[in-house]
Write a protein that binds this ligand. Structure first.
Ligand code: SAM
Length: 273
């Protein structure tokens, strides 16, 4: 079969998509080709993109937390925002050197409505230059409790849609571990987290359950699904929340009951506010 001699001839690449960007992201090789690995990578990017694209339809501002190299932001900008008259993507990242690189790349590509702030998610809540309301908040593998800070940011900024692919969260498991003897002496249910690996896994699962309840208690409809084949991490849970209006009636109560049952009530300020 004849090999494509330029990137534009590759069927996976969409009309108008920036070849330079795909090279910068190492999706295309320097000579503009896709190999088996990068073809899979592009498929994965499109898979995530399919979930986010409909949410961007009337969105003016998307904030991406724990942006890293801003992979997600660049792809979304290129495919959804570039051709529009308005719309902005802001990347929040605590490592200044990554922010600097993203700024340079956005400049080089002429992606003028991409901005990057070098700060933590928590600091971004009060950062100058961010509006009081935003449309979409994303956090893709933002480390540990940065996802929780991103949720707080989204709730404070009244985001219409929130897209989360949580990373490992160690905080809940740490509290379960610290209280384990007490739990084991009181609750048969504590057998679920007696062994260290179960403490870690259950802690991680509980974290996402509590996140969903928090979002529902603030009037969001929540869908939890799997981000199939995402290669960055073993953590593939995708949580999409869209503002509906009325809070789910028992969501707060359920979260409080879970915190009691698992002996982690000290985390109430994290999950029930
Ligand atoms: C695993 S990387 C994910 C990067 C990107 N979202 C992706 O999926 O390709 C996590 C990024 O979050 C950043 N990060 C971790 N904690 C943060 C925080 N509290 N505030 C802002 N950025 C944070 C790290 O520096 C790192 O670049």
């Amino acid at each position: 079969m004849k090999k494509p001699d330029n990137a534009a001839a590759i069927p996976e690449i969409r009309p108008g998509q920036s070849i330079e960007l795909l090279k910068e992201l190492h999706i295309l090789t320097r000579d503009g080709k896709l190999n088996q690995d990068t073809r899979r990578k592009l498929k994965q990017v499109y898979h995530l993109y399919r979930f986010i694209e409909p949410l961007l339809e009337r969105a003016e501002i998307l904030v991406d937390h724990g942006a890293g190299k801003s992979y997600l932001g660049f792809i979304l900008y290129d495919l959804c925002i570039k051709e529009r008259a308005s719309g902005e993507i802001v990347g929040i990242e605590s490592r200044p050197e990554l922010v600097e690189k993203s700024r340079e790349l956005a400049d080089r590509l002429g992606f003028q409505r991409m901005r990057f702030l070098a700060c933590t998610v928590e600091e971004s809540l009060t950062a100058a230059g961010l509006p009081v309301a935003v449309d979409v908040v994303t956090a893709l593998h933002a480390c540990n409790t940065a996802t929780d800070d991103a949720i707080r940011f989204a709730l404070t900024k009244n985001a219409r849609h929130i897209v989360l692919v949580p990373c490992c969260q160690a905080e809940v498991a740490a509290v379960m571990r610290a209280r384990k003897n007490d739990s084991l002496s009181q609750k048969p249910l504590s057998e679920l987290w007696r062994h260290p690996i179960h403490t870690r896994e259950l802690g991680s699962h509980l974290t996402n359950v509590l996140r969903c309840l928090l979002l529902e208690s603030h009037g969001y409809d929540v869908t939890v699904t799997e981000l199939v084949g995402w290669e960055h991490s073993m953590k593939n849970e995708l949580i999409i929340a869209s503002k509906r209006g009325a809070p789910r009636k028992n969501a707060r109560q359920r979260a409080e009951a879970i915190l009691r049952e698992f002996n982690i009530e000290e985390l109430a300020t994290r999950f029930t506010y």
